[in-house]
Design a protein around this ligand. Structure first.
Ligand code: DAK
Length: 255
């Protein structure tokens, strides 16, 4: 890997986009390296996948603008679909995904953060979709995910004006979930969260996630019942209930 760095910690894995000289702009290499991480297995001990950007200034300041000026329309469409498919893989992993956003998360960079299930932002975060400044529109899921997170009206306002949100506004609008003081506090948040996940059954985590992922869709309630049945049939469920009745801590085998 050249443009991202993948590290494994005791309860989580961390992807750091590593192009600080270009404010971590997402070029073709970043996309293909992200794709290979999202497609391959992570260590069994990783209960959370975190994405962040290197340096002090940015999570990612957008798609790499230097790469797309010569593209034809059909080639641009193809690239948009490829990006969407890669980000969809991220949003449907069987472990939770979290974007730790400090500094700029703009355009494609924000779309990457939106494809994560949780966004933790530092007080210096700046988030926005500036594509219309380039007479473009968001092409990696931004028109869809932004609206489902903050509602159509606000999504239209922020997309059409290209106005950025600061951390506080983002949390109020529902674009971000938690604000932390700085990157160190973000890492502390992540470590605590991942530790809590490490005490749960990985199977029930995956089943809860895939049901929540369908919230608001026609099949959401049915998915919940399907996954409830699957959870009910696991060894871990027997262990969880048995441990409660025997007044001891459960030991899950993740099956
Ligand atoms: N791409 C490439 N390089 C970038 C970049 C980007 N998105 N953002 C920043 N950089 C580079 C700068 O060019 C500069 O490089 P050097 O001049 O030093 O070589 C370096 O990073 C530092 O940036 P600045 O000097 O500009 O830093 P400042 O602190 O002064 O300003 C800024 C920070 C974030 C306000 C500014 O860098 C900025 O406005 N950046 C661009 C933000 C932006 O418009 N991002 C793109 C949004 S549009 C597509 C699908 C999707 C998309 C496009 C095509 N297809 C399927 C074909 C999506 C597009 C977007 O994301």
């Amino acid at each position: 890997m050249n443009s991202i760095v993948l590290t494994h910690h005791s309860d989580y894995s961390l992807i750091t986009i590593n192009r600080p000289q270009a404010l971590n702009a997402l070029n073709a290499e970043v996309f293909s390296e992200l794709d290979s991480v999202f497609s391959g297995p992570l260590p069994e001990t990783s209960r959370l996948l975190v994405i962040t950007g290197s340096g002090e200034k940015a999570f990612a300041a957008g798609a790499d603008i230097t790469e797309f000026s010569d593209l034809s329309g059909p080639a641009a469409r193809e690239l948009s679909r490829r990006g969407q498919i890669i980000f969809d893989k991220l949003s449907t992993l069987s472990i939770p995904t979290l974007a730790l956003v400090h500094g700029y998360a703009l355009g494609g960079g924000l779309e990457l953060a939106l494809a994560c299930q949780i966004r933790v932002v530092t007080k210096k975060a700046v988030m926005g979709l500036p594509e219309l400044n380039l007479a473009l529109i968001p092409g990696y899921g931004g028109t869809q995910r932004m609206a489902s997170l903050i509602g159509k009206g606000k999504a239209i306002y922020y997309t059409l004006t290209s106005e950025n949100m600061d951390a506080e506004t983002a949390v109020q609008a529902g674009l971000a979930d938690f604000v932390v003081e700085d990157q160190d506090a973000g890492v502390a948040f992540i470590e605590k969260f991942a530790k809590k996940l490490s005490f749960k059954s990985a199977v029930s985590i995956g089943l809860a996630l895939s049901a929540i992922e369908q919230s608001g869709t026609a099949g959401g309630f049915e998915k919940e019942s399907d996954n409830f049945q699957k959870a009910f049939e696991t060894e871990d469920m027997k262990e969880g209930v048995g441990a409660f009745l025997e007044k001891r801590k459960p030991v899950f085998k993740h099956r």
